[in-house]
Ligand binder design. Structure first.
Ligand code: ATP
Length: 354
């Protein structure tokens, strides 16, 4: 089921929560709405669901205008951050609930309901907990029940609002992977809201980056990360190292720091150069194409690589620099707080803007 958002806007009193915006969601994709708090993600999701009315525009499901179709008739499944399970019902009863209260004409028979619930329990790997009550479940298990309950109605579209927001980091990661594989198996069209870049990049086929009621960019995670359209998207998708300076004679320079630029890049004047942590190497001596003296302010050994935090040495940087080095390089170099070194950018990855 494809979804088209056409010229949708929304105002709450004087506040414009969504500027007129349009979006095409292809059938079977998992789409992340990513943006800072207040950027309008939830409002857009609620308008797609039919829980909120837009001031302008239309929503189409598979080419059909559903703008005025009631939420109940849109065949949309929801999962919210707070599970909203019925406390006095078991896991199985929670999953069956939506089916049991359907109008008699469309309600499946009792045997069919039992079969659907048992299939869903298996799918969300909770068969052994069918008779438990929500209070006896962990957060991750509750969220899987909420998902099974949404899927029981065989929705055409699944909408998730910060579904893993209330869970701790490890459970979040596991559930993310699990949702992705469930999605690949069932191929429903889903839209989920998150303000977590890592979550959006890991889970989505396409990410819709929002800011102040606008769509900034829609792209695959790979393209967004490698070719951001704007300074906002670039900065929102992870740490960036910045050299802010003046372009002159083929160099971007400030104080003791400079980076050589390919001849054709930019006119003379003020400019900024942005580098992701993995687009920079650290060395004890500068290279011919760049001179970026830094002083180490912190070394963190946690994770797959060693993260080095650095301060500009002889020039100004709005924020500390961050560079990841391999454990092998760490062992050889043994960098310490206060040590001096040079950043060597991979020139091919320079993102420059005036
Ligand atoms: P968060 O990540 O914090 O949930 P969001 O990107 O989902 O943020 P929305 O919940 O869509 O943002 O809200 C967008 C803006 O609209 C916010 O500034 C919010 O305060 C405002 N807003 C949302 N719902 C209402 C409402 N019912 N009445 C008035 N203002 C609202």
């Amino acid at each position: 089921m494809s979804i088209q958002v056409e010229n949708i806007s929304k105002r709450f009193g004087k506040f414009q929560a969504l500027e007129p915006l349009s979006l095409e969601i292809p059938d079977g994709q998992l789409i992340g709405l990513l943006g800072p708090s207040g950027s309008g993600k939830t409002t857009l999701l609620r308008i797609i669901a039919g829980l909120e009315t837009a001031d302008t525009g239309r929503i189409l499901f598979h080419g059909e205008d559903v703008t005025r179709v009631h939420v109940r008739d849109r065949r949309v499944g929801f999962v919210f951050q707070h599970y909203a399970l019925f406390r006095h019902m078991t896991v199985a009863q929670n999953i069956a609930f939506g089916l049991e209260v359907m109008p008699k004409a469309s309600r499946p028979g009792a045997a069919e309901i039992r079969k659907r619930v048992s299939d869903l329990l298996e799918m969300v790997q909770l068969g052994h907990l069918a008779t438990r009550y929500p209070a006896q479940l962990s957060g991750g298990q509750k969220q899987r029940v909420a998902l099974a309950r949404a899927l029981a109605m065989q929705p055409q579209v699944l909408l998730l609002d910060e579904p893993f927001g209330a869970l701790d980091a490890k459970v979040r990661k596991d559930l993310r992977r699990w949702l992705r594989s469930l999605h690949d198996e069932l191929h429903f069209t889903s839209v989920f809201v998150t303000h977590d870049q890592e979550e959006a990049l890991e889970l989505s086929d396409q990410v819709v980056v929002m800011s102040a009621g606008r769509i900034e960019q829609v792209d695959t995670p790979q393209t967004l990360y490698a070719q951001p359209d704007s300074r906002f998207v670039l900065g929102f998708l992870g740490h960036i190292n910045v050299l802010q300076g003046e372009i002159q004679a083929g160099r971007l320079s400030q104080g003791d720091a400079w980076i050589g630029l390919p001849e054709s890049t930019l006119p003379v004047g003020e400019a900024q150069c942005y580098l992701r942590p993995h687009e920079v190497r650290l060395q004890l001596t500068p290279e011919a194409h760049a001179h970026l003296p830094l002083r180490i302010s912190a070394v963190s050994l946690i994770g797959a690589e060693v993260r080095i935090e650095l301060e500009a040495d002889g020039w100004q940087s709005p924020e500390p620099w961050e560079v990841g080095i391999s454990h092998a390089q760490y062992n050889e170099w043994q960098p310490m707080r206060g040590d001096r070194c040079y950043a060597v950018p991979d020139v091919g990855h320079l993102f420059t803007s005036e």
